[in-house]
Design a protein around this ligand. Structure first.
Ligand code: SAM
Length: 195
């Protein structure tokens, strides 16, 4: 991964562009902020850390679960070849799409639905980023990860979760490392915390 490109783009990205007017004055803080519908834009330092863990390459095909505001999507799209992003709340997906198109991204495909089961049609993915807390590690996401691929996903109860780095080795084995404790909103759907 091109670390310098990641840092340069991350620091150039105006987070206030990704939040509603009433939150713009707080966009410079290193805190999660509400984006409506009970959802949040993540803490910027965690977005950067999770992107470093994911290690997207310029030719990577990336699946993102939880489009939210589109802030993380922009970073993934800048760092990789193509991003497939899934969001369950249509109004959030639509707003994120408008923002990302206004920024000039043409390498992002959007889907509204339950991302806990991935996006089978375009699998396998070199990288999978999940930005909501899964109840368990979703089998479908593991199956949709390419050989040599990496997935970053918070797994655990709504109060706090373990951030997991899941790697599929060249012979198809699954290695899982626990990185740290984090707190994300709930992933809904089949592998989440209800509908
Ligand atoms: N990465 C986002 C950003 O930069 O703004 C923040 C994502 S927010 C913490 C988590 C998002 O996951 C919410 O927008 C929520 O609606 C979405 N979500 C929750 N469960 C989902 C599911 N099963 N499929 C797709 N999206 C889901």
């Amino acid at each position: 991964m091109d670390q310098k490109k990641l840092e340069t783009y991350f620091h150039s990205l105006d987070r206030s562009f990704f939040v509603e007017n009433n939150m713009k004055e707080y966009a410079g803080t290193d805190e999660p902020l509400p984006i409506g519908f009970g959802q949040t834009i993540s803490q910027p330092s965690l977005v950067l850390e999770m992107t470093r863990l994911l290690e997207p390459e310029h030719d990577s095909k990336v699946l993102e679960i939880g489009t939210g505001s589109g802030f993380q999507t922009a970073i993934l799209a800048k760092m990789s070849a193509i991003v497939y992003t899934v969001e369950r709340i249509d109004a959030l997906s639509e707003k994120a799409r408008n923002r990302l198109e206004a920024l000039g991204f043409s390498n992002i495909c959007y889907k509204i639905g339950d991302g806990s089961i991935g996006w089978q049609e375009f699998a396998p993915y070199d990288r999978i980023m999940v930005t909501a807390a899964a109840g368990v590690l979703p089998d479908e996401l593991v199956n949709q990860l390419a050989i040599g691929g990496r997935m970053v996903i918070p797994v655990g109860p709504p109060s706090f979760q373990e951030l997991k780095l899941v790697m599929k080795t060249d012979n198809g084995e699954i290695n899982i490392k626990t990185v740290e404790l984090v707190r994300f909103v709930e992933l809904k759907g089949r592998y989440g915390w209800g509908k």
